[in-house]
Design a protein around this ligand. Sequence first.
Ligand code: 3H9
Length: 705
Amino acid sequence: MAMKGAVQYEKRTAANGACVAVLTMDSAPVNALSAGVRTGFETRIAEALADAEVKAIVITGAHGCFCAGADISEFASGMSGPPLPVVINTIEASTKPVVAAIDGVALGGGCEVALGCHYRVASTRSQAGLPEVNLGLLPGAGGTQRLPRLIGAAASIDFMCRGAPLKADQAAKVGLFDTVVAGDKAAVLKAAVDFAAEKVGSDIGPRRLSGGTAKAAGVDFAKKRKEYDTLRKGEVAPQAIITCIEASTDREFTEGMKVEGKEFGKLMFGDQSKALQYMFFAERQCAKVPGLEAKPGPLDMCGIVGAGLMGGGIAMCAAEAGMRVVLLDVDPGNLDRGMAVIKKNYARSVDRKSKTQSQVDKIMSLISPSTTYDSLGQCDIVVEAVFENMDLKKKIFQSFDGVCKPGCILATNTSRLNIDTIASATKRPEDVIGCHFFSPANVMKLLENVRGPRSSPRTIATAMAFGQKLKKVTCLVGNCDGFIANRVMGVSGWTGLINGGLLPHQIDQAAESYGMKMGPARMNDLVGLDLFGRERANTGNAKPDTIVTDAMFAANRYGQKNGKGFYKYDDKLRLSRDPEAEALIHSVWKNAGATPKTMSDEEIIDTLYLPVVNEGFKCLEEGMASRPSDIDVCCVFGYNWPRYTGGPMQWASAVGLPKILEKLEAMGEKPSELLKECVKNNWRLNSKAFTARISSAWSGTWSKL
Ligand code: 3H9
């Protein structure tokens, strides 16, 4: 079988007449450094060195980018061909000057290839980054050794531990790019060829970044470790990166490379990196709907009904994506308040310098406030975002019939109501779909598109394209109670624990040690205990599983908003345990016959999250999600489930399905039939047999279209 990717070779004549070999990484779509590209480098560098006519070498990339780094898809299947660190050593050792011609992204191993070159010439649109940390890895092809020798240890720690790329001007400022040129790929390539030709005969020795040691001036490594322990809590890669960078300051290159190799190996075979690589592909895969062939309709203009927090947030996303937006609220007061909130949000962005005033002016010019439905006439998609009241929603969908043009997508942002019941209010149920944004919609990355039984393939395709346009991680899910994220997270065993003898801080500590940004008690305090507490009190719908939260509400403990909930809060919202709250919890336990308990973190985590896994299996069994990774994506992006565990389904995979089943049974939970089937047949979640089984559940509901 032919190896994926290659390095193309051509000769060019520079302005000064010198002959320069141009080596082009060619592996669509992003020139990942597959075995084919690495082998190509070995061959082509040797060719250029052996050709007496060639005086210098330029390395560049095809497909509109320099290179996105190592081929991540090779990691799981095992690497073959020359290792990347060896290839980069070969590039650096060249006796002829080597110049990187960068147009587009130079990321990870791609950035390391550029660091192995003697010079770097980039176009203004280029970016350089070492984002390996986001995959639970470190730059393992000499990046942790060469970059600190170029820009110093201090800047390198932040660059690698944050993993965010630098734009061309910033990269030039820190010394990563030698020259930045205006223009396209052709312009940067010509500049690099001329630049390389001018370096012929110069001493390239000092340009090799494998010499000497890195500058450590002003770096307090212990402090940096602590800083990233907080900033990237629970992640192992940042600490390993700091270890390698520290080695670059007091060891020779080859010794530093040994440290890098050892740390890289530990990360590569660890669970976090496996989970993060899985998430990298899961996040991209969820946008691809199995069996969907329809083409999306146009998406130039978007209508939003309801100018509350949700509607305003969606309006911001759509306008930022360049769509014309009609923000409609029949109540002029609501509309004014909604527009004022949007303006305030953008004023804050300008203050924080995340947007310029002219960008904000352009975005705001795309949003037209309106109080009448006829303003929706030209919209390609309308999103209803009013509060959760079925009658109101039905009325709104009826109004769409009279004003929306044929083929306009009629979306509802409901988080729990039945899409099909809403669709029944219109004469065009095939155009109806759920677009479930998470709050705040302008911040949260997840969009669950909820297909009703009558949503047409075109409607689905357009809603998926809408999510992509708004730069959301977009998943297609089924029409069931709570859809995916709210449904699976809704069954977490939190109420059992708080009602059954565990104090809020015990539960939160365990959840946070697992990697949750916020434990469930803190989360309840943030959302507000009055939200559902009042509804339950008004409707008399108190349930045994809400006894503690209802007691909190009855004692006017609403959470952060009034400074007391499961915890107490000072005026800066710093929390501490509250003896009053705990006494109240003790009294509820006493009345209910529960006694205080202690449990290990593992037991608490199992109680909290194994039911989530079980519910995930039920969603797959019912055809409500098309693959386990979609459930993981929904939990990671909708509920901040720690990305480095890969989400609940990947977590279950790592633990092992037989163990999960055994634990669920021991907890007295009713395991999903699909989970039992997996264990019986010894299926793994990435096995062909399992995929075939869940595909049939998914297409079973699909064929009801
Ligand atoms: C590394 O380099 C380790 C070394 O230090 C040491 C080694 C020893 N590999 O995101 P997109 C695919 S670790 C394989 O949708 P965009 C991607 O799956 C690597 N495939 O487009 C997708 O495929 P599909 C460090 C890759 O324009 C397609 O390309 N590098 C890779 O929004 C398009 O991607 C990184 O972490 C890859 N490296 O964004 C960079 N990259 O179409 C990771 C992409 O089948 N990549 N694909 O779904 C990115 O950040 C973005 O993909 C990029 C393009 C900015 C490049």
